[in-house]
Design a protein around this ligand. Structure first.
Ligand SMILES: NC(=O)c1ccc[n+]([C@@H]2O[C@H](COP(=O)([O-])OP(=O)(O)OC[C@H]3O[C@@H](n4cnc5c(N)ncnc54)[C@H](O)[C@@H]3O)[C@@H](O)[C@H]2O)c1
Length: 424
């Protein structure tokens, strides 16, 4: 296989650690030759790590993409609302593109990105990494083998975890739908996508309910200050009290959440960052707008019905699924890597233990990169699992669910989609 070259747009957590790290572990397959990143420290560190000459380091994607095409592919790893422009520019320049999810919060932009990839005959792969996770790959295989006969119903739960929700969706980068995107898109487009993949049919109708109920002003305990460190008297009984949360909470410590608060994690530095930065705010006094719990019901053309629940109010951060078929039932817990297959005829239950890597989304990030690099090396001659067409569909399912929630209606998804397609 020839070595594939790439340019990176956005050398943040995903662009640097999740995807470009593939170039460091597989240098014979993949090399990053240019980077666009406005944060000087990040840009320089990234450039050094990947031996990128200064002339190929840029502070914005516009500068990088205004040059002649300099690599086989572009990886677009900027924040949610900043994928559309660089993806369109890169496709026009002839790059194959890897784009972070969500493609865009705007349905028209999502459709145009898909059309642009088609027009220029380029790969547009969206980072729906779950399609590469050993857990969902096994579930797909069991369904394809008809181990439970014909699939009839699906119950899927995304337990966000109360600590994870507070960190990312109340205090952090994804708290505000206007700045990032609605929860059902930014967090759950993975779930809509995996459901589309497992059900293997088109979604026809959707309904949804959900609200931001708990993490808001009126639920603040009496006298709670704007910042935890401003003498909050509720610190002993509040699970979100920032200093304890970031320095001692077992889940937050295991997930290294403190690195989002500050890069220098010495205690005095963390305390200073909590006094001044966004992560020291009282969870009831933030500018968050995304829902903290939501349900979506989906009907598919093949008459499979799906019920999906997303909730902040859970102990674990885990996805659980229950697949109900005419000849059996499959239940799965992604975090535990456990799948149980019950057969109605024999009455037997088979337990399957999935062994996943401990790195990036249980090894899915690396599997997805391997597949993307292979596709680019073959110049897009063979399809990929996360191609634009499927991702456009699942993104629209998420935005359709948001429409159904906001309008308080059951959305005729097929008609809504057709209208959108006509208008763009
Ligand atoms: N696939 C997944 O499972 C998954 C998981 C987490 C996050 N994400 C998504 O990945 C994306 C990036 O998330 P992240 O955590 O890496 O964010 P991040 O903030 O760490 O990285 C984004 C980077 O883009 C840079 N940037 C800003 N403006 C730019 C410009 N004009 N040109 C070039 N770079 C620019 C920022 O300086 C930053 O370094 C988001 O859309 C997020 O929703 C996906």
């Amino acid at each position: 296989m020839k070595q594939v070259t790439a340019v990176l747009i956005g050398a943040g957590l995903r662009g640097d650690h999740a995807y470009s790290s593939y170039a460091l572990s597989h240098p014979e397959e993949f090399r990053v030759v240019a980077v666009a990143e406005p944060d000087e420290k990040r840009r320089k560190e990234f450039g050094k790590k990947h031996h990128i000459p200064e002339a190929m380091q840029f502070d914005t994607y516009e500068k990088l993409l205004s040059l002649e095409k300099t690599a086989d592919c572009a990886m677009v790893c900027t924040q949610d609302h900043m994928h559309y422009e660089p993806v369109m520019m890169a496709l026009k320049k002839g790059y194959h593109v890897l784009c972070e999810k969500p493609m865009s919060p705007n349905p028209g932009e999502i459709l145009r990105m898909g059309k642009m990839a088609e027009k220029y005959g380029r790969i547009l792969s969206i980072c729906h990494v779950l399609r590469y996770s050993p857990f969902f790959v096994k579930l797909k295989q069991l369904l394809d083998e008809k181990r439970i006969g014909q699939l009839m119903s699906v119950q899927h739960i995304e337990e966000v975890g109360y600590w994870h929700h507070a960190h990312s969706f109340v205090r952090g980068n994804w708290r505000n739908a206007e700045e990032s995107s609605p929860m059902i898109l930014q967090k759950c487009c993975h779930d809509m996508d995996i459901l589309l993949w497992l059900v293997q049919s088109k979604c026809t109708r959707l309904s949804s309910f959900g609200t931001l109920t708990y993490f808001k002003e009126e639920n603040a305990p009496k006298g709670a200050p704007l910042r935890c460190l401003d003498g909050c008297v509720h610190r002993e009984e509040c699970p979100y009290y920032a200093p304890a949360f970031y320095l001692e909470h077992p889940k937050a410590v295991a997930d290294r959440l403190v690195y989002a608060v500050t890069e220098d994690i010495r205690k005095e530095n963390v305390i200073r960052a909590l006094r001044e930065g966004p992560y020291g705010r009282c969870v009831f006094h933030c500018d968050n707008t995304v829902v903290d719990h939501q349900v979506v019901n989906l009907e598919f053309e093949n008459e499979v019905n799906v019920s999906f629940v997303m909730s902040a109010f859970t102990k674990e951060c885990v996805r659980k699924i229950n697949l109900m078929g005419t000849k059996g039932q499959i239940t799965g817990n992604m975090d535990e890597g456990r799948i149980e297959v019950y057969d109605f005829v024999s009455g037997n239950t088979e337990t399957i233990q999935i062994h996943s890597a401990s790195t990036g989304h249980s090894g899915s990030d690396e599997c997805m990169m391997r597949d993307f690099v292979r596709q680019v090396a073959e110049d897009g001659k063979s399809g990929g699992r996360t191609a634009a067409a499927a991702s456009v569909e699942s993104h629209l399912m998420a935005l359709g669910a948001e429409q159904a929630r906001l309008r308080g209606c059951t959305l005729d998804f097929s008609a809504w989609k057709e209208e959108l397609m006509e208008s763009c």
